[in-house]
Structure formats: structure tokens, C-alpha cells
Design a protein around this ligand. Structure first.
Ligand code: BGC
Length: 778
């Protein structure tokens, strides 16, 4: 619940800037007592067992920063974070240092104080003014996890990525951080940047698509948005946790160069741009070592090549061998109750041994403290901020509007004519709200979920059910066109829906696909007979518009029979309004696909998800059969795979229509150490609109034929008739091949083709440039 909401019970805050008699400062966290209206509150299955075993929640002391005093020289803000961390560490006892390198999962803590909520907690050290780390999941808003915390629900990550707009990502991050701070959190488990290597991955909706440049740039901006609010953000899940099936046991095998040029490049760019305080290592193995105990990943790449100064925290239940993990570069164990319960692993025990390398412990502690200093956690006393739910909902709506992609628009059926008299709205629970994705990122929206449906049988998912955000597209459509006769059919009865469509001027079918953490989709087909519903409605009325609320790409067997298709992803707290505004042309759709929509799953590198046939664990973390999967596509993720294999997708990466048209002219290209391009973009239509010119280079790496790579893009808003000259310069790493022997990124000399295009498969203008050979440090 947001502190400025007045219905239901009030969150209880202690007085600003005070320390209560238990030694707890005010303002950290709220006590939320209101249950979700009429809905079962849930715990992660599996964790339920652990929770039941945990003791009663009696108050325990927690710690917060106190004011600086003369005997606390580390409170001197004029010193650098590293110096301050050193000064502080010098006076810490061994026990105090160890206390920082392992954390709890609040719902599993014994004797938990009521204000300790969220996903993670590392107690502070009051004697030294070290504040507690209070962590919440926050990819798409402050997540509900096990607490009944309402927050503004942003659209899915893919929706934000479809904006191709770093500013949109920044605003979303800043909004989440503002709400998180108001609820007392200071670490956000955000910044998910795993590539959409397989469109069936259950968590793609949380992430930012299939391209390292697009995903890395937007993740970096979202992280910057968070951290500019004085809050630490993670980037996660490091790395190549690109499928949910068997995520705890899969051994992903991939060539190092390919890994650096794909998933790790997305992380590298996100880290450079966003400077996240922490990196969360993932569950899976990579080339035989678990990610959280992978020297190549943590020591060599992250802390070595990239000189990353922050700390590495583990994903919850990702430590199989605590000693191996800390030796490989893990700095902090998260949710230790889970590792202890499932795998008997404790970082506290390992680092507590007299034989443990004191330099390593110093490094672990230093990284955590210097980051806390760098982000100002010691210097700002927590201040209660009322959440402006209206302003935050506006941000959610802007992200949704920026990310909606118009995929088809036959005979320009859209935008809808104001004079359209009879409108049929069908399916997708559009009468109550819009779908959201499941898992640890699940936000309980402001106002409560509009609808909660049971999760499909056998889905090892999280406990909230399938939640719909309270933003009814039906109501929003009615509000846009008050004079029209707008009627709703649930779609459960196909004959009734068809009859309604037949008696209407247009039919708008809402189709949904729920995706969630811990579960991949077996198929890209829309579930629950929705294809048949759409076919039948389109037969009854060819003026059929399909609005998709999906976790990612879906198949569209009905495409030739419908007029228009709008991809709205999971559109969040104000999704209904955003969809209605696009349908009625209040804005021209400006989103472009951040993922390839395949025509068939047979086109994917792996027609079946590795491990799919193996028995599922009875509960998350339960015993399961380990397996290896070789990702043979290497760095050719998404559109690059389609290009390399000459496959024709249903809709290509980068694609999206507008209500106006754009033309590119006067392309001038420059080669040398990198590629630069200057060109004109003109809005040749009659409406204002947003275009996203994309620059691709055809690069041959490691002796393979040239494949397109996105090397730069821009988002340009243009009035009718307006022309803008755009200049783009590529990051040379995008033109290079990574050299596994350690020398770095190598740009080969020679002529390459550069293409300016509205998507990954077409060509508007192109030209050749000559590249000079050069090497960029790894
Ligand atoms: C997820 C993380 C999340 C963590 C804490 C894990 O299961 O993979 O993304 O941050 O739980 O909730």
C-alpha cells in the first residue's frame, strides 16, 4: 500500500529522524496489515514449507544510520567512498565484518521485526552507523513478494524495451526507486538484462529483449534512474540465465567469445551506463561452473576486465558450494536460509574459519561498504516521502504508450474513427483490467488486483495467482468515445462473441498469454482456445482488431483474417488507458519490437527447450536432474540467428508501424575506427509520429559469413512534414569479434556494409565503409 492511500489500514511510520526505544530509526518500512481484497495471499510454493517452520515474528532490533560524530571519520563526505570504507573497516570487529557478507530472506527469518519486509535483509551495525540493507524486488515496480505492499505497476520490461527510448527506461527506474524509498527500501533487485535467447523463456517479460545494445542501454538507464534517487540497484541475473526450465541445474555451454559478444555485452553496457552497486549472480552453471562460483565470470570478466568496484550478491538459493563461491568472487550471500535449508551452505561459516583468506574477506566487506558510501546510504537519513500515486501512474502510462507496437493495420482501420457507432470488445478480461506477469517481480498494483485467477496446474510459480492490473480497457474505450455503443463479451462463448462482432462496426479482441518465473512456455500459441475465438470473430466481422497482452512473441495463425494487430505486452497500472489512446489515435504508436516474432517454433535454434522433458522438481529448489545445453547459436541471438539462417520471421526485430510514414534520405557514412552515419528522417504523413531509425552493420566474425548487428539507433518525434538530421556513431565493440585469448575486442580491417533500416530485415538506405584494424581492451 502506498503511504498516501487512505482507504484500508494506514501504514505505520515512526517519527521522521527519530530512533524508537528498540533502537530502530523511523521511516524504514511500513507495517501493512491490509489483505488483498477477496484474494488468497500466497507464498512461493516450496518456500511455504520453510515459512511454516520459521518461528513467530517477534520484534528484533534492526539498525540505521546515526548522525556523524567526531569519532566516526568515515562520515566525512569529503573523502572518497574507498577511503571512507577503509576508515570504517579498520574499526570493525571480525564478527561485524562477517555480518555484512550474508543476508536473510525476511519471510524466512526467525524473530523478524515487523518492519523487515521485502526480499532481502542484511542487518545494520548501529554502533558504527552502518544502515541495514533492505532489499526489494523491483523490476517492474516495488514487488509484492510475500508482503501485501501495493505499488505502482509499470508495464513489463519488454514494453519498456519496445520504446527504444533510454529516457523512458530512466523515468521508470526513478519512479520505482521513489516508491521503494518511501517504503523504506535502499536496495532494488532490478536491472534484469538477460537476453531473450528463446522467446518461450518465462521471464522474458521482465527483461529488455534480444539485442545486447538495446537491452544494455535501456537497462543502464533504468539503473541510473534508480540510483539517482540514492538507492542501490542490482543488475541481474549474471549470466545467461536465459531459460527458466531447469534454471538451477542447467549447465549452459557456450564459447567464451560468443558469450562476451551477446549476454555479457548486454551486462557490460548496462554496467558502464548505469554503474549498479551490485551484480546478482544467477542459478545456472556456465561451462560447468555455477555462475555464483564461476571464476571466469566473476573474477576475470566482471572484476578483472571490467574493473567492477561493486559487490556480487547471489540469487536466492543459488549457492551450492559456499567456499567455492567466495573464492571465485562472490561477496555476499542472499536469502541464506534457502541455501542452508536446501544445500547446507553458509558463507558466514566459510568466512568465519580461521584459515579463511583475510584479504578476500576485506575485499568482500570493502566492496559492500564503498558502494553504500558511494550511493549515499550513510549520508541521508531516511525521509518519508508520500507517494504521488497519480504522478507515478502517469509514468506507468507513458511507458505503456511508448511501448505499444502496431504490427498490422490493414486499410488503416486504426486509428478508430470517432464516428464508429457500435464497438464490440471481446475477451482478455478487458472489462476489469490488464494482465501482468508472475514471479518475484509481481507487483500488487495500487488499488489491489482487479482479478486473480488460479495459475495453470503444474506451473511451479509464485503465489499471487494470475493478476490483472486495475485498468479496464473496456472502460477506457468507453471514455474515449462516450457516444458509441460499446459492448463486452467475455469470449467464453465463441458463438455469443461472434454474434456481438457481427452486429458491431468493429470488433476488438483482447488476447492474453500469461508468463511467469520458474516456468517457460511449451509453445508460442495463444492458450485457452483464443486462436479459435479470434478466427471466429474475424469471420463474423473482418474489421477485427486484436490487442495482445503477452509476455513476448506469440504465433498468429489468424493474421491474414484480421485487420489490425496491436502488441500491448503487459501494459501495467494504466494499460487500459494507454491502449485506448492508441486505438483512438490520441497518440501514434511509436513502439518497435525488441524481440523477433518467429513464424514457427521450428525456426528457433532449439525447437524444444532443453530439459523440457525432464521431471520438474516438486518445489523450487527440490531435487531435479542436472543437464547440459549447448547454445550453438552462440552470439547469433534473435534476429542474428534468423539472418544467419535466412529465415523469415512473422515480424522482425525492430518492426512497428505508425499512423504516419517516414522516409530516410541523404545517408552519409564514415568508417575508420568505428562507423558514423548522418541522415535525414522526414515524417511524410499527415500526423505527428515517432520513428526509430536503426543502423545495422553486416559483420563477419570468427570466420562466419556476415550477419547483421544493430550498432546504433535513435528515437525521433516528428510533426507532419518535419525533417530532422540524425547523427549516430557505433560503439566499436559492436563491430568487433571478441578474442578469447585475452587481447580484447578486435575490429578487423576491411569493407563492411552498413544498412539504415526501420527493422532488422529491411533496407532503406545502405553503403559501404572501410574499417581500420583496431583492438579495444577487454
Ligand atoms: C529471482 C530473483 C529475485 C530473488 C529475490 C529469485 O528467485 O531469480 O530475480 O531477485 O528471487 O526475490
Amino acid at each position: 500500500m502506498s503511504p498516501n492511500l487512505t482507504n484500508g489500514s494506514q501504514p505505520s511510520f515512526a517519527r521522521p529522524g527519530t530512533i524508537d526505544p528498540d533502537g530502530r530509526a523511523g521511516l524504514h518500512g511500513i507495517t501493512q496489515t491490509r489483505p488483498i481484497k477477496g484474494r488468497r495471499l500466497s507464498l512461493r510454493p516450496g518456500l511455504l514449507i520453510l515459512v511454516l517452520a520459521s518461528a513467530s515474528f517477534t520484534a528484533a532490533s534492526s539498525a540505521y544510520a546515526t548522525d556523524a560524530t567526531a569519532d566516526q571519520p568515515w562520515m566525512d563526505k569529503a573523502q572518497s567512498p574507498d577511503v571512507r570504507a577503509d576508515l570504517l573497516e579498520r574499526v570493525m570487529t571480525p564478527e561485524e565484518r562477517i555480518r555484512l557478507v550474508h543476508g536473510s530472506m525476511p519471510i524466512l527469518m526467525k524473530n523478524r521485526a515487523a518492519d523487515i519486509i521485502g526480499s532481502g535483509y542484511v542487518p545494520g551495525i548501529p554502533r558504527l552507523g552502518i544502515p541495514a540493507l533492505r532489499e526489494t524486488d523491483a523490476s517492474l515496480g516495488v514487488a509484492a513478494v510475500s508482503d501485501h505492499v501495493e505499488a505502482t505497476a509499470l508495464p513489463s520490461g519488454l514494453a519498456a524495451a519496445a520504446s527504444w527510448d533510454p529516457e523512458v527506461a530512466y523515468r521508470g527506474g526513478a519512479m520505482i526507486a521513489g516508491e521503494a524509498a518511501a517504503k523504506g527500501f535502499n536496495v532494488l533487485l532490478a536491472g534484469g538484462v538477460n537476453l531473450a535467447r528463446d522467446p518461450r523463456c518465462g521471464r522474458n517479460f521482465e527483461y529488455l529483449g534480444e539485442d545486447p545494445l538495446l537491452a544494455g542501454s535501456l537497462a543502464g538507464e533504468a539503473i541510473r534512474g534508480v540510483q539517482d534517487q540514492g538507492i542501490i540497484s542490482t543488475v541481474k541475473h549474471f549470466a545467461i540465465n536465459d531459460q527458466e526450465t531447469g534454471r538451477r541445474v542447467i549447465d549452459v555451454q557456450i564459447d567464451l567469445a560468443a558469450l562476451r559478444e551477446s549476454d555479457l555485452l548486454a551486462f557490460e553496457l548496462a554496467i558502464e551506463r548505469g554503474n549498479p552497486g551490485s551484480v546478482m549472480c544467477s542459478y545456472n552453471r556456465i561451462n560447468s561452473d555455477y555462475a555464483c562460483a564461476n571464476r571466469n565470470l566473476l573474477q576475470q570478466t566482471l572484476k578483472g576486465d571490467w574493473r567492477y568496484p561493486g559487490w556480487v550478491m547471489s540469487d536466492w538459493g543459488a549457492i551450492r558450494d559456499a567456499k567455492a563461491a567466495v573464492e571465485a568472487g562472490l561477496d555476499q550471500q542472499s536469502g541464506e536460509e534457502i541455501d542452508k535449508m536446501l544445500y547446507k551452505q553458509s558463507v558466514e561459516q566459510v568466512v568465519g574459519q580461521a584459515s579463511f583468506d583475510s584479504d578476500r574477506l576485506h575485499d568482500m566487506v570493502h566492496r559492500i561498504l564503498r558502494t553504500m558510501f558511494a550511493r549515499g546510504l550513510f549520508d541521508r537519513s531516511p525521509s518519508p516521502r508520500a507517494i504521488d500515486v497519480q504522478a507515478d501512474a502517469q509514468v506507468a502510462q507513458q511507458v505503456a504508450e511508448a511501448g505499444i507496437v502496431l504490427l498490422q493495420n490493414r486499410d488503416r482501420l486504426l486509428p478508430l474513427d470517432e464516428a464508429t457507432a457500435r464497438i464490440a470488445v471481446i475477451g482478455g478480461h478487458a472489462d476489469v483490467g490488464v494482465l501482468s506477469g508472475g514471479g518475484s517481480s509481481q507487483v500488487l498494483p495500487v488499488g489491489g488486483a482487479a482479478l486473480s485467477l488460479p495459475v495453470p496446474k503444474g506451473t511451479a510459480s509464485f503465489i499471487h495467482g494470475i493478476l490483472f492490473d486495475p485498468s479496464s480497457p473496456l472502460d477506457a474505450i468507453k471514455a474515449e468515445t462516450p457516444k458509441a455503443d460499446v459492448r463486452f463479451a467475455s469470449g467464453d462463448d465463441i458463438a455469443a462473441a461472434s454474434a456481438l462482432a457481427q452486429n458491431s462496426d468493429v470488433a476488438i479482441v483482447f488476447a492474453t498469454q500469461w508468463m511467469a518465473e520458474e516456468a517457460d512456455a511449451s509453445t508460442l500459441a495463444l492458450p485457452d482456445g483464443q486462436d479459435q475465438l479470434i478466427e471466429a470473430v474475424a469471420r463474423a466481422n473482418p474489421k477485427t482488431i486484436v490487442v495482445l497482452e503477452t509476455g513476448g512473441p506469440v504465433l498468429m495463425p489468424w493474421l491474414p483474417h484480421v485487420a489490425s494487430v496491436v502488441e500491448a505486452w503487459y501494459p501495467g497500472q494504466r494499460g487500459g488507458q494507454a491502449i485506448a489512446r492508441v486505438l483512438f489515435g490520441r497518440i501514434s504508436p511509436g513502439g518497435r519490437l525488441p524481440v523477433t516474432f518467429p513464424a514457427d517454433t521450428a525456426q528457433l535454434p532449439r525447437p524444444q527447450i532443453p530439459g523440457w522433458d525432464l521431471p520438474r522438481p516438486a518445489y523450487p529448489g527440490g531435487p531435479e536432474t542436472a543437464f547440459a545445453a549447448r547454445y550453438t547459436e552462440g552470439a547469433n541471438v534473435g534476429y542474428r540467428w534468423f539472418d544467419a539462417r535466412h529465415l523469415k520471421p512473422l515480424f522482425p526485430f525492430g518492426f512497428g508501424l505508425s499512423y504516419t510514414e517516414f522516409k530516410y534520405r541523404n545517408l552519409s557514412l564514415k568508417g575508420g575506427r568505428t562507423v558514423s552515419a548522418d541522415f535525414d528522417v522526414t515524417n511524410t504523413g499527415l500526423r505527428a509520429g515517432i520513428d526509430t531509425p536503426q543502423l545495422y552493420a553486416e559483420i563477419s566474425a570468427h570466420g562466419t559469413p556476415p550477419v547483421r548487428r544493430l550498432i546504433a539507433f535513435s528515437r525521433v518525434a516528428l510533426a507532419p512534414g518535419e525533417t530532422r538530421r540524425v547523427s549516430l556513431t557505433a560503439d566499436p565493440r559492436l563491430l568487433a569479434a571478441f578474442d578469447e585469448s585475452g587481447s580484447g575486442w578486435k575490429v578487423a580491417s576491411g569493407d563492411i556494409r552498413v544498412v539504415l533500416a526501420p527493422d532488422a530485415t529491411s533496407t532503406a538506405l545502405s553503403g559501404g565503409v572501410k574499417l581500420d584494424p583496431n583492438t579495444i581492451a577487454p
